[in-house]
Design a protein. Sequence first.
Length: 255
Amino acid sequence: MREIKYFCGVDISKNSFSIALKNGKFIIKDKIFSMDKEGFMEFERVIYDFKDNLLIGMESTGIYHNNLFNFLVKKGYNSIVVNPYMVYQFFKFIRNKPTKTDKKDAQTIASFLEFNKNNLIKENNTKEKERYQIRYLIREKEKITHLIAQTKTEIRRILSVVFPEIEKETGIFSQEVLDLLSEFSSAHKIKTLSYEEFIKKSKEFIREGKGNHTKLTFEKIYKLAGASIAFEYSCYEELLKLKIKRLKNLFKEKE
């Protein structure tokens, strides 16, 4: 590997990125490019003459750095993704006591690369890319789990008005009960049916329902509805249907 003499820090945002290039002293300070093909090509024209002795570094910014990083790797540039925490510690070191208005930028990252040039070991780009993609996937799964819990809470809140007796029961989030509540979204709607009509309709959900079956029987649901204190709330009933639909979609996303 040829000697690294030039260090290029890249500060990423959603729609643009800025760079700083240095070799002891800064050659370029905070030059901004658009986050698109034209911006990528313009960036390469700026750094091309330094390619053989250049190290490019950028922080992991969720997902926004991925396309630029992969563009540089494909073009054969010595590029790395640096740990944001390490850059922040370096930033505090060079700024001594940074104020709230101080912020890390491309110059900070370039200086970090230069300062740590003997310690930064270029990792396999494929493994690096996979690691950050997996990290993003895990975060997305965690977000979905949080949304499921939040949606369940919202469903329980609505049920406490339209069907408070069932809200206290376990098993209300089984596929069968959710299907039933999508069709009959309140105790009032269930009470409009005879017992025979309700059980006949319920059996359709038993045949079509997937996933875990509930111990909360349809016979018990009808009995709970018959003794319910709830009145008719058309707006809440429609809202419940929407929340149940969202919950089902979240379950599918998590699979």
